[in-house]
Ligand binder design. Sequence first.
Ligand code: SAH
Ligand code: MG
Length: 207
Amino acid sequence: MISDARWTVIRATKGFMPEAEGIALAEAAHAAALAVGGPLLEIGTYCGKSAIHLGCAAEATDTVLYTVDHHRGSEENQAGWDHHDTEVVDPATGRMDTLPFFRRAIEAAGLERSVVAVIGHSVPVARSWATPLGFLFIDGGHALDVAMADYEHWAGFVKPGGTLAIHDVFEHKEEGGQAPFEVWTRAVADGFAPIGTTGSLRTLRRA
Ligand code: SAH
Ligand code: MG
């Protein structure tokens, strides 16, 4: 589904999306869009790596991906943390700014008509959001309060039969942070049915 030219862009884009998981993510989004329509929405753009995968699915199904991020990085992306990259710090302000990297990636991938950036904090965006979603991907901040707030404010927009995807789900704390797993557990308790696992990516269908 993804052309060689786009793979080149994906591989050159900074981010946190293993290839097999990116492929599974796009396939799940594609299937959801065919089943219930779009649009698709991602929380956690960073530099656009997963947005290219999802943008391909949006383009192929004639819908769009909205990708929400304030582009200032999560707690775990800040200086002193494991996932910090000094290249994404704006020298003028000393703060992270991944938006220019995202803009370049989406341009290089030729997906400007299929990927719509929403620049802001997830919860305030959700408060005035109104559009039902065929596919929701939660990959924003991984602190428990942040990840759970994303779920609580956005999961209700998933259409019946639509798909919720959660990234970085690790069942055991030796493998990684537990917040996405707690969100997944909550989603199952709320009636979302697990449909797939690829690496740390889990997909669920809304009843
Ligand atoms: N999906 C990306 C990785 C996302 S990293 C990839 O494929 O590589 C997580 C992102 O979530 C960061 O860019 C951070 O700025 C963003 N983020 C964290 N908390 C957020 C919030 N409350 N609202 C919006 N964006 C947030
Ligand atoms: Mg992730």
